[in-house]
Every structure is written in C-alpha cells, then in structure tokens.
Design a protein around this ligand. Structure first.
Ligand SMILES: NC(=O)c1ccc[n+]([C@@H]2O[C@H](COP(=O)([O-])OP(=O)(O)OC[C@H]3O[C@@H](n4cnc5c(N)ncnc54)[C@H](OP(=O)(O)O)[C@@H]3O)[C@@H](O)[C@H]2O)c1
Length: 276
C-alpha cells in the first residue's frame, strides 16, 4: 500500500516509518507539508494520492498549549481538519492519533473508547477537536488514542528522568497521576496490525498495566541501576501550567472485544527500550 505519514521527524513518526517498511511510505516533515495550510495539504495529497494517510503530526507541548492555545488548535484542530478534508477528496483512508488527555480523570476504572470525554487542558481540548473533524469528514477512519509515549528519537519522560538522575541526587516525581506508559515501537506495530487488518473506529492502544509518574521513574532508575533517590510528591506541588487528569488509564477494550492480543506490559517494553 502507498502510505503517507505526517510528523516523521517526531518520536512516533520515526517508529511508524520502521514499522511500515514493507509498504511504500511517503514520510512528510512539517517542511514537506505544513498541515496548517489547507492549499499545501491539498496539493501534497492530490499529488501523492496515498491509500492511507497516517496523521501523527501534532502540537504536543501540553504545558506550552496553555499559553499558546491558538498554535495548539491551529495544528491539532485546523491541521487535522485540513488533512481529513484532503483524505476525503483523494479517497485516502485516514488514521489520526489522539490522547488519554481527552478524559478528565474522574473515573475509577480504565476509560473505554466510548466513555464521555471532558478534557481538562488546552492540549486535550485541541486534540479532541481533531477527533471531531476526523469523524465528521472521514466516516471510515481510524482514531487511535494512546498515552505517556516513550521511545527512540523523542523528548519524553524516560529521557528526562535519565538526564536529571545524572545531575541530581534526589528526584521529586508526581505520585497522584496514573496512566499507561507506551513504547512508540509497540504502538507503531499495533498501528500496522490495525491498518493491515482493515479495522475502523476508535481504538485505545497502550502498553498493558498502569503506574504513577513516580512508579515509572522508580522503574527507570531500577532498570538502569541508577542509585538516585526518588521522592513521591503531589501534582499540586508542581507549578506545571497545564492541569492533568488524575487517572487516565485507557482500557484497550475494542482490541479485547476483537480478540486482538493487547501490547506487552509497560515494564517489559521499558526494559526493551532501555536495553537497546
Ligand atoms: N507524546 C505523548 O506522550 C503522546 C501521548 C498521547 C498521544 N500522543 C499523540 O501521538 C502523536 C505523535 O506524538 P509524538 O510525541 O511522536 O510527537 P512529537 O515527537 O512531538 O512530534 C510532533 C511532530 O509533529 C510535526 N508537526 C508539528 N507541527 C506541524 C505542522 N504545522 N505541520 C506538519 N507537521 C507538524 C513535527 O514536525 P517538526 O519537527 O518539523 O516541527 C513533529 O514531526 C501526536 O498526535 C500526539 O498528539 C502523544
């Protein structure tokens, strides 16, 4: 299949290029296709006419989105509208990535795909707006919600913990936000399975299990044998501009309903990433 991928300079985009190597892939950086420009997006996709567009490009700065909401919405909402429109006009299938941050975190069980959304920050609201455009403009779509990504070539929590642990003896890490860490390589592999399997609809795809950021940091330090002291703190003690849901564990329920094996436990995925 002919597959165009947006956001290929990003963490997930790089993993997707590897996972889809057996297909004809067309990696698109923001220089190749600035998704905020409708004429550009229309031109690029009418020239390529891909079977699939995998739209992984996004404004991903959760805290930055609070002070720059227009920039976040321009990429995540308007940019996704543009990609969805071009997909419809060129009869391309569309896959869009969304986030656990579309939920408010007040639920006491993992979120299923059809649970009510209610984002608590601008990033989550802008990604949810992207979902609306995909659903309304491309009825036969895939939306994949994921969470807490880590992997090669990205700026993420694992890398930040390792960098801080080199310089600091104590790390204070939030222990009242719970989610599921997800390895970009595993997510890209599941994306391949969903597309090749002809699936449609909204899927939650994360590594199995859940933890707090504190528990995640402890595991990172333990796996690397770093003797850093990790202290649990409350999110309210941080001055992060964006609110985060206290509980954003995604139940991979549609995968389970279809009998598709869910991704390995996050601890195993983390060990694989750190062992490379
Ligand atoms: N990271 C997470 O924890 C997480 C969690 C849940 C969901 N997600 C979703 O997963 C997807 C991939 O995330 P990621 O962490 O891999 O992202 P990332 O590493 O931050 O990369 C973002 C990509 O988007 C591109 N981009 C930004 N603005 C653009 C524009 N105007 N036009 C075209 N491309 C543009 C960037 O290109 P340049 O480098 O050229 O600017 C970059 O390639 C996103 O949809 C994100 O919302 C991520």
């Amino acid at each position: 299949m002919k597959i165009a991928i947006t956001g290929t300079t990003g963490m997930l985009g790089q993993a997707l290029c590897k996972a889809f190597a057996r297909h004809s892939i067309y990696p698109l950086s923001s220089g190749d296709a600035d998704v905020t420009s409708l004429p550009t997006v229309r031109q690029v996709f009418s020239d390529l006419k891909p079977d699939w567009i995998i739209h992984s490009a996004a404004f991903t700065g959760v805290d930055e989105a609070e002070s720059k909401p227009l920039e976040a919405y321009r990429v995540n909402a308007l940019g996704t509208r543009n990609v969805a429109l071009a997909a419809f006009e060129n009869k391309s299938e569309l896959l869009y990535y969304s986030t656990d941050y579309v939920f408010d975190g007040r639920q006491d069980r993992p979120y299923r795909e059809w649970d009510p959304t209610n984002p608590v920050n601008e990033y989550g609201r802008s990604k949810l707006a992207g979902e609306f455009f995909v659903r309304s403009l491309c009825p036969l779509h895939l939306i994949v919600r994921t969470s807490w990504l880590f992997g090669p070539g990205g700026s993420h929590f694992v890398q930040k913990v390792l960098e801080r642990a080199k310089k600091e003896e104590h790390l204070n890490v939030v222990n009242d936000q719970r989610g599921s860490p997800t390895f970009s390589t595993d997510l890209a592999y599941m994306t391949l399975c969903l597309i090749e399997g002809g699936k449609r609809g909204t899927y939650h795809v994360t590594n199995s299990g859940d933890c707090t950021w504190y528990e995640f940091a402890c595991k990172i330090a333990a796996l690397k044998g770093i003797p850093v002291k990790v202290n649990p703190i409350d999110g309210s003690a941080c001055s992060a501009p964006a609110l985060r849901p206290a509980y954003s564990v995604l139940d991979n329920y549609l995968l389970k309903l279809e009998g598709i094996p869910v991704l390995r436990p996050w601890q195993n995925a983390l060990a694989a990433f750190l062992g490379d």
